[in-house]
Design a protein around this ligand. Structure first.
Ligand code: ZN
Length: 244
C-alpha cells in the first residue's frame, strides 16, 4: 500500500493542488493529512474541499482548533492570530462542522496520525529532535506514526529501545526495513520552514518498506497575490518565497 501524507496545508490551494498532482503520478492508495488545514493561507474552504474529496484520514491541528475557539490564540504570534480571525469570518458552516469532526489522534491498523506529539496531543508540542521523538515513540503502538506542526520534515527510525536514528534532509527516500517503529514529520505543504520553498509531503510504501520526503514546485507568486488581496499580513506572503 502506498500512503501519501500531507501536512500543514494552511489554506494554500496552489501548493495543495501541486502536491496532490505529484502524489497521484506516483500512485496513491490512501491519503492522510496531519492537521492545520487552515490558518495563514487565503483559501481555507477550498483546501478543506480538496482534502474531504480525497477521503483523507485527517487529525486536528492547533490552527484548526483555534479557528473553532477550542484553543486560546494568546500564545500565537500576531500574524497567526490575525489569520485565525480572518479565517473565522470566511469559513462556511460545513467547514466548521468538518473541522469540529476531527480527532486529535487517529489510529489505523498500520499507522497513527497526530499533529504534534503522542505524549501531549492536546498541548501541540513539537517533535524537533530525538528527545521529543523518544517520548512520542514510547506511546506509539503502530509501526508508523505521521506528525507535522514544525513545518520541517524529519524521519526518526527506532532501531532498538536505545537507538533512534534521525534523518532531517529536505528530500530523501530510505528503507525502514528492520526498524522497530518509525516516526515521520512530513513537513508542510502550505508553508515550509526548512529554507526550501517547495511544498513538502511524504510517501510511505508499506510493501516496499520505504518512506520518502518529497518536494514539489508550485506557483508561489499566485498565492502571494491572493494573500495580499485578502488583506492578510504581508509577512505571510513574503515568507513563502524564503521557505521560512
Ligand atoms: Zn502548522
Amino acid at each position: 500500500m502506498r500512503i501519501a501524507i500531507l501536512g500543514d496545508v494552511h489554506g494554500n490551494l496552489e501548493a495543495l493542488s501541486a502536491v496532490v498532482g505529484a502524489a497521484r503520478n506516483d500512485g496513491v492508495d490512501e491519503w492522510v493529512q496531519v492537521g492545520d488545514l487552515v490558518g495563514y493561507g487565503p483559501e481555507p474552504s477550498e483546501c478543506i474541499d480538496v482534502v474531504r474529496d480525497l477521503g483523507c484520514v485527517v487529525c486536528m491541528g492547533n490552527h484548526d482548533a483555534a479557528v473553532l475557539g477550542m484553543l486560546d490564540t494568546a500564545y500565537f504570534n500576531s500574524y497567526a492570530r490575525a489569520a485565525i480571525e480572518w479565517t473565522r469570518l470566511r469559513l462556511r458552516t460545513r467547514d466548521f462542522d468538518y473541522l469540529r469532526s476531527l480527532q486529535l489522534v487517529v489510529q489505523k491498523k498500520e499507522y497513527t496520525v497526530v499533529h504534534g506529539t503522542l505524549h501531549m496531543p492536546d498541548l501541540f508540542g513539537y517533535v524537533v529532535s530525538q528527545v521529543e521523538a523518544h517520548h512520542s515513540l514510547r506511546l506509539q503502538s503502530t509501526f508508523l506514526c505521521f506528525v507535522g506542526h514544525s513545518h520541517v520534515p524529519a524521519i526518526y527510525l527506532q532501531r532498538s529501545e536505545r537507538q533512534i536514528d534521525w534523518v532531517n534532509q529536505s528530500e530523501v527516500e530510505l528503507s525502514v526495513a528492520g526498524c522497530q517503529k518509525v516516526l515521520v514529520n512530513v513537513g508542510s505543504v502550505g508553508q515550509p520552514r526548512d529554507e526550501d520553498s517547495r511544498a513538502a509531503y511524504a510517501i510511505c510504501d508499506t510493501t516496499a518498506q520505504t518512506v520518502a520526503i518529497k518536494r514539489v514546485q508550485y506557483d508561489i507568486a499566485s498565492v502571494q497575490r491572493k494573500i495580499r488581496a485578502a488583506g492578510l499580513p504581508e509577512m505571510l506572503a513574503h515568507r513563502l518565497s524564503l521557505g521560512v
